[in-house]
Design a protein around this ligand. Structure first.
Ligand code: NI
Length: 204
């Protein structure tokens, strides 16, 4: 191989390398920015006292949000219990800066009264939010929550004892409603407490 050919190969490799690095950097930044923009947004719902609220009512503090439904036999109560326990395990001043929020994806059965009877089981400061079908579906869409009615075998189409399939993430949102991080289903309360405490300390 002549010196000229070698130089040519090196030059091509250099150009390809720079191009690839640039593309990877762009991909990285796109993923990051779309990931941050993808979860959360404005909502208008009704709390367990019957007051209409928006995300603005919770601004200034962190929101710890979970979407589910009060008839849920296992997943929702388990996860809400984890949220409540995690808040009680954190340093008090940090916990006081976090509003735990349960948002219904089953507004037809989750009335204001049903939420009022449900959320205090998990934490004395837990907020329960419901609304019209349009309002809750809008909120779920903003948070990228999947949900669907699931009718048990043998039940009629219009049964009241249906289940809801739904995604099960706990979202930590910042003081301006921005997405900070999520916790997967099955996270231990002490890990959630630690994760929230670290996030509050580093975000201020
Ligand atoms: Ni559930």
């Amino acid at each position: 191989m002549s010196k000229k050919t070698l130089l040519a190969i090196l030059a091509i490799a250099l150009v390809l390398g720079i191009g690839l690095t640039y593309r990877l950097m762009m991909m990285g930044s796109e993923t990051q920015s779309s990931g941050a923009a993808a979860i959360g947004g404005p909502f208008e719902l009704v709390n367990q006292n019957g007051d209409t609220v928006t995300q603005q009512d919770y601004a200034g503090k962190y929101m710890l949000i979970y979407f589910g439904y009060t008839f849920c036999p296992d997943v929702c109560p388990t996860e809400l219990q984890v949220m409540g326990t995690a808040l009680d395990m954190m340093p008090e001043d940090i916990a006081a800066d976090v509003t735990p929020i349960f948002i219904s994806i089953d507004p037809e059965r989750d009335t204001i009264g049903a939420l009022g009877a449900y959320v205090p089981h998990f934490h004395d400061r837990m907020v329960g939010l419901t609304g019209t079908v349009a309002q809750t579906s809008e909120a779920a869409k903003a948070y990228r929550i999947y949900y669907a009615k699931s009718i048990p075998d043998g039940e009629p189409e219009d049964t009241d004892s249906y289940l809801m399939d739904h995604s099960s993430f706990v979202y930590l949102m910042g003081r301006d409603g921005e997405f900070i991080r999520h916790f997967n289903y099955g996270t231990a309360p002490e890990d959630m407490a630690k994760g929230i405490t670290e996030a509050v300390k580093s975000n201020g």
